[in-house]
Each structure stands twice: as C-alpha cells, then as structure tokens.
Design a protein around this ligand. Sequence first.
Ligand SMILES: *Cc1c(COP(=O)(O)O)cnc(C)c1O
Length: 406
Amino acid sequence: MKHSLAQKKPRIKQLPDNDGYFGRFGGKFVPEILRPALDELEEAYDKLLKDPDFVAELDRELKDYAGRPTPLYFARNLTDHYGKARIYLKREDLAHTGAHKINNTIGQILLAKRMGKSRIIAETGAGQHGVATATVAAKAGLECCIYMGEEDIERQAPNVMRMKMLGAEVRTVYSGTKTLKDATNEAMRDWLTNVRNTHYIIGSVVGPHPFPMMVRNFQSVIGKEALEQIRQKEDRLPDYLIACVGGGSNAIGLFYPFLSFETVKMIGVEAAGMGMDTGRHAASLTAGSPGIFHGMLTYLLQDEDGQVQLPYSISAGLDYPGVGAEHSYLKETDRAQYVAVTDEQALEAAFLLSRLEGIIPALESAHALAYLETIMPKTDRDRIVIVNLSGRGDKDMQTYLSFLER
Ligand SMILES: *Cc1c(COP(=O)(O)O)cnc(C)c1O
C-alpha cells in the first residue's frame, strides 16, 4: 500500500455534537410539540445502530434489493477526451429506482418499521425521492403519502405515475410557489398532527437533528464503497471528489468516508441556473448567507429581511433554497470547496457523457460532470478524479430533447 493511504489524521471531529451541531450549523429549530418525536427518532436510531440484526438487514437490503455495491467505472473515453487525470464515475445511476435516493429510504423504512410506525410521509420536488419512498413503503406494506407542489406535479408526470402505481397517495400542494419548499412545509404540518403513527422520511441531509446525521450515515455507503474500490483498482487515494449539491446527500455520502484523508480535495457543485449575476440560481453556499430554514441553521438564499428567496435551476433536484448544515460547516472550515455551474454548462456535459460513454446522466449529476471543464486542465495524468453519478437521465429526456432541437 502506498504512502498516501497512511496519512489519516483526525482533523474533523466526529460530528454532529449531541445537540445536532456541525460547528455553528445545524441544530433542532422546531416547534416544542415536535421535540419528543425527534428525541424518539434519535434514540431509536442510536439503539438500532448497535443492533447486529438491524445492521445485517440493512446490508442485505442494500445488496439484494437496491443492487449494491454500485460499480466504480473508469471512464476511459472521457479521460482521453481531456487527456489529463484519470476519471472514475461512481455509478449511483445503476441503483434501484435510478438514483442514490434509495440508500436513504431503505435505511429509514427499516427504522420506521422497528419503531412500530404504520404510515410514511415524504415531500418531493422532482419526484425522485417520492418514488424511492413509495418503493420501500410498498415493499414494507406501509401506507404512504407523498406531498408534491402543483407545479412540480405538472413538470414531473412520469414520476407521479410511478408513485401512484406503487400504491402511494400523491397529495397536491397548492400553497406558496407550489414547489418543493411548500411541499416540505405541508409534510411537516402532517407530521405534527400524526406523529404518533407516522414517520417522515426526509429526502436529503436537511431538516432538524437527527435527520442530517442519519441521512448522511445511510448515504455514506457510497463513499465507503468508492474508497474500497479505488484502493483495489489504483492502490491509492483519489485526488478529487466531485458531486452535485442540492440538499447535499449524494455529495456528503461520497465525501464523508474520505474526510480525514487530507490529500483528498472535495468539490461540491451547485446550480448556477441562468447565471450567478441574474439572481436566477440555486447556489446557497456560493451566494447565500446563514439563516434558519426547515429546522436547521445553514447557508440559505434570503433577502435582507431574511425572507427565503425562490431558487431556480433547470434541474428540479437542485432547486432548493437551503443546503445540508454539514456542507455549511465544510465550507467554513475550508475542508470542501463549493462552486456553481449554469444550466447551459450542465446540458453540454450531459451530452458529452452520453456521446462519449453511452451513459445518459441525470441533469443533477450533469452539474458535477460540467465542472470537469474547469478542473481537468489543472490536473496531471497521474491524478485521479472521482465524479459521483448520482442518477440516470430518463426523467430528463424532455429537457434534453428541447435542448437538442434548439
Ligand atoms: C435528488 C437528487 C439530487 C439532489 O439531492 P442531494 O441531496 O443533493 O443529493 C442529485 N441527483 C439526483 C439524481 C437526485 O435525484
């Protein structure tokens, strides 16, 4: 084993702390009435982590149901295209339901069952998390209700059909901007009323403690596998990890197991939408400021009065005004770097990957790929880059086709 594998220094403490803080970010900003539910969840989760039956069942489900481990694919054509560092793709697009979201919903449904809950709720924007939730709820035989904004229901018809076919009720949210932010508010309201029998499966590393920690731990299977796989293929650590950031779950899932290896650089790619100077973007870490949103303190798109601003991205999965609290922490400690690419750059990258490698990426993942244009010229041939391919592009075909026709 080469020298670089031995440089493991515990620089980042085990986080979050007991109150759910990553540095000054995170926490549990919820109405008093929800506290007992969050405490119950935290307790159940701590207990289950130490239960060998639960751990074995989680492993088995990830393997036999979700199709893990997903491959770490050496993208030879993409590598030759840039003529620089070797590019590997972590193939989350090959997981069941077509994205990394299933890693989290499998974990949380097992948790809900052990807690004796009979009903599952979730919010969804693009519908990917709704599908992943409806999928595991169907398998577990639990009642399932998905909140979705009216606008998103229209934009994401195929995923709405998938959820219905899986037996979930899709509840239309007519309030506010009729998108993800409002669907999240409605789901939270439902949970307040029905917390006794209902578990709320949050879809990313956001919300009040313990969700950001729990979802990160379920998603960190991505990074654990990638670490093992790159050691086997290259016998060394990667130099760069690149992932798109909406709420931040696929990114932290890849980053987390590598955090203590100081030589590994981590880059989170946000949506610059129509351009950072147009104000029409979803880049909370690049252009936002700390504030309280959805139960946590984190970077957030807000105006001077603290009003949450409407985010925009061509990719519905990145169209969120906040970001996971742990990413705010990694930004402030400089352990990870956050950048943004435009709709246009993401679309170009999606076509490049499709044409060179025969893989049609999700629009979200295409944001991570687009950053290769910036980073690759600065790398050498003996470097290694891992890009998290968070999902497949079937759901985005309409958008891709309109771009092609233009
Ligand atoms: C939902 C989604 C994302 C964004 O969510 P994160 O929590 O930031 O990972 C990214 N890629 C795909 C394919 C998604 O479905």
